[in-house]
Design a protein around this ligand. Sequence first.
Ligand code: NAP
Length: 302
Amino acid sequence: MTQTKRLDGKWLSSRFQAEISSIVNSESKRVGRAPGLGVILIGDNPASHAYVANKEKLARACGFYTEEIRLPSTVSPSEALEAIQSFNKNPQIDGILLQLPLPAGLNQDELLDAIDPAKDADGLHPLNQGLLLRGGGHLRPCTPLGIMHLIDLALSEVEIGSADFLPSQLPKASLAGKRAVVLGRSILVGKPVGMLLLERNATVSYAHSKTKDLPLVTKEADVLIAAVGVPQLVGERWVKPGAIVIDVGINRAASGGLEGDVDFAAVEPLAAAITPVPGGVGPMTVAMLMHNTLRSFLDRMK
Ligand code: NAP
């Protein structure tokens, strides 16, 4: 039996950083400024603070200019809108990140809709989501985009861990004839990743909390995406031998660490490839935020 590929998102993310930094270096000289990421952080959710710190650290490591607006959880909707408008108008800012979830009292859709679609680094503006549905658009949601790169890695001959690999060399895999099952249907992960899988010609099914006989559905999958937020829901009998298993879940374990939606120890031996948690999808989500910000910088500087 061939060995299961462990899809190392930390390594792949670091290779994106290397490639993005080199483009930023040459393009910043050409246009006279670096790409700018504007971050809006509302409230005091500790996980959101940790995620934002991580994203800003990677942005700086890529050579980006960063600006942050922090607002208290008691902020009014109009003050939150003003923060977004200030980044929309700021010529130094190419990508805007509104860190989710938002505190109660703020309407997520209303604020996401206010982001300039050309600066929508998270790909969550309805225009960009509509373009994705139509099969076009440049700014796709970060987690789904990261997942597609991990699937490409699973189906490639690339040596994981190689120090000189550049992600632009990663071939886009065809999923023609393959069945993909997406467990979860959120606007952030489940729905858009299904669209990206369809774009690669996979036969896609969605499963969710109202689906009957979940293991029967997921066992059909050649590519299984678990994005539910239920610790270790996906066990051995849910997975077809030889499947590619992408675990999006980030759940706090009783031990204090993080665990995914997949029972890694039980599923790894039968999968062809699998992402660990942590160190799989998470780092790729952050790398894709940089990828999107660079993309919108390059588009705006044309
Ligand atoms: P979400 O908005 O809460 O959506 C969860 C989805 O899972 C819903 O569609 C829900 O079904 C379904 N679901 C919940 N419990 C289920 C069950 N027992 N059986 C079957 N389906 C079930 O969550 P999300 O934003 O998509 O995030 C999902 C997980 O991914 C979370 O752990 C989150 O922290 C993590 N995440 C990770 C990253 C990353 O970068 N690694 C990024 C985003 C999210 P219904 O629609 O029927 O309610």
